[in-house]
Design a binder for this molecule. Structure first.
Ligand code: SF4
Length: 374
């Protein structure tokens, strides 16, 4: 891609720019592997601005790897609640437990050992080990791949396996062996701040002179769009009980049996967390939901519950576009259901819940307060 002297200039200019203009982020003020690892996991699916308050609260609650390993999983999910992709939090704890059990509480400094930890793949291992231990491992994620694709005017689907391997080789060649941690962060920073997916700011780019896509005037059209998986529409009906004290009822995290996962989308869509009684429906949502409640709670036959539809909400999880149909059910006394818990409808955050469940709660709460005023 670049000859020897060009490579030297390229590295010097990019590192110089990074050291002068890098954003002051909380995880850049530390070399503690636990903190850097946590930031890398949080940033996998979350934007920097959204991640910062979670990162800070999480560290207050779980200040080190031992605290995380020993904590009840429910506390960890509660601290993660709202960030989404909860397998990240579950894996984080499993990895913390392995670090305590096998590595004396120290994050391993060998790539193979890091890769053996749950939730740690090539990108995360390279990021942590280069930043913390100065290992010469180049990161490659969507941001860095976009930068490299533009620098080399590489067309086609970047995630295609052979192309991705070539991008990794290019990333390895570009890596500055003297400062691999700063280098990786510089590449990520360039992708996040200037070489952005839309409207790259080439005039401010410290390595613009080496960029083939810019020369060809095709920077904005790279990387080429991937074929997207077709969107699947899902409709979920959710029962929101509300008693006279404003308490509601949540069911425990669904067990992830294969049969249940294939029968409907509910366990996945509630992120295996606490949730309202919820059913995937194709037609007649209230009748089907009532039948579901009867099956779930045989005592329901004795009650004449009225399922009042409230405002619909929309939600998206990967390729699924979800229509949420919450139904408010006013009761004098909440029904008993084994394993269920009672929480205030106005604040369900006492239990770990997904964003989908929060949306259902918000819609039901808005309807309940309108009813109360009228
Ligand atoms: S010149 Fe533009 S397209 Fe090329 S690397 Fe810099 S910001 Fe990205």
């Amino acid at each position: 891609m670049l000859n020897g002297s060009e490579l030297g200039t390229f590295r010097k200019q990019l590192l110089g720019w990074f050291r002068q203009f890098r954003r002051d982020l909380p995880w850049r003020r530390t070399t503690d592997p636990y903190r850097i690892w946590l930031s890398e996991i949080m940033l996998q699916q979350t934007r920097v601005a959204a991640a910062i308050p979670y990162y800070e609260r999480f560290l207050e609650r779980f200040p080190d790897v031992r605290a995380l390993a020993a904590a009840p999983q429910e506390d960890i999910l509660r601290a993660w609640s709202g960030l989404g992709y909860y397998s990240r939090a579950r894996n984080l704890q499993k990895a913390a437990q392995q670090i305590v059990a096998k590595h004396g509480g120290q994050f391993p400094n060998r790539r193979e050992d890091a890769l053996a930890l749950p939730g740690i793949g090539n990108y995360t291992a390279a990021a942590i080990l280069s930043i913390v231990f100065g290992e010469k491992l180049a990161v490659l994620d969507g941001n860095v791949a976009r930068v490299i694709a533009r620098l080399g005017a590489i067309r086609g689907d970047l995630r295609e396996s052979t192309r991705w391997q070539k991008l990794q080789k290019t990333a390895d060649c570009l890596l500055d062996p003297e400062s691999p941690g700063d280098w990786n962060q510089a590449m990520m920073e360039l992708g996040a701040t200037l070489c952005t997916p839309k409207s790259p700011q080439c005039l401010l780019c410290p390595v613009a002179q080496f960029c083939q896509a810019r020369k060809l005037g095709i920077a904005e059209s790279l990387p080429e769009k991937r074929k997207k998986r077709a969107t699947v529409e899902v409709t979920l009906a959710a029962a929101v009980f509300a008693d006279e004290k404003g308490q509601t009822l949540l069911l425990p995290p669904p067990r992830n049996t294969k049969e249940r996962a294939s029968a409907d989308h509910v366990p996945t869509l509630v992120s295996k967390m606490w949730h309202f009684p919820t059913l995937s429906v194709a037609a007649e949502p209230s009748a089907n939901l009532l039948a579901f409640l009867r099956k779930l709670m045989p005592d329901v036959r004795r009650h004449k519950w009225q399922l009042v539809p409230v405002a619909k909400a929309r939600h998206a999880v990967t390729y699924r576009a979800i229509t949420l149909l919450p139904f408010l059910i006013r009761v004098r006394k909440l029904p008993c259901f084994s394993g269920a818990r009672t929480v205030p409808l106005s604040d369900i955050s006492g239990l770990p819940v997904s964003n989908l469940t929060r949306k259902v709660a918000r819609a039901a709460l808005a309807a309940a307060s309108v009813q109360a005023k009228s």
